[in-house]
Design a protein around this ligand. Sequence first.
Ligand code: ZN
Length: 295
Amino acid sequence: MQTKDYLLKIIDDKQNVRVWLAHTSHLVEEAHRRHATSATASAALGRVLTAAVMMGSDLKGEQDLLSLRINGNGPAGTIIATADGHGNVKGFISEPQADLPSRYPGKLAVGELVGKEGFLEVIKDLGLKQPFVGKVPLVSGEIAEDLAQYLLLSEQIPALVSLGVLVGTDLHILAAGGLIVQALPGADDEILTVLENNILSLNHISELINTHETLEEIVPSIMQGVAYTIIGEQKLAFRCQCNRERLGIILAGLEEEELREAIEKNENIEAVCNFCQEVYSFSPQEIQVIQSKKP
Ligand SMILES: [Zn+2]
């Protein structure tokens, strides 16, 4: 296993394509640990987290956020991941225990768990009055194909997307990562074909991550026959910005009766953050303060 999660940004020297390559094993493991996901749910959530953090790296503003929301009407329910421009991502799957037997050895049934009767939404909160929302119907629920479809239809960017999570028999994450190749405006079709063939001849992204010490070792085989430069590197991590104050606001949204009951019974109320499962416990005294602040 590689020691750190990070993203490499690569551009070919003739500026036809940009290639984002990410290692996300640790942040997917963190998500698995926090949400107690089944093998297939880990893979589904892990792919969405990886996609979100890679796309989030394009955000320019300090406070900008990018979210991916997927619901394909399958047993997984809804999957949401939110990333900032600094390599931080958080996310959840509404049915973390849901699982399906895999039909092919070594391939988890992510598409079936997610389903394909629904949409992929990309929500960009750029600090404007309204967030930008792009929405496309799901192709397969396998996430990578769905994201490629979104980039093509919604942002007019031809792209190759590969996302992968390798889960061990003990449910721990062995490897996770992603590869996104985007054509730049006016790109030479030939280079795209070369890269596509390179990628097709390689192992799946999760296998590549699993069998190499660093991303830098993988790049030459992806870029074979194309002159390129690594233009950037970004650290990646699972990180949630929740705190007591924010959860207190959510608590204030509970029914009046529920709050009064807790105070009368002198019981604590626990609020759990959806994104990271952190539990915040509020004493009856604190609940009283929260209640008094209610409009
Ligand atoms: Zn949280």
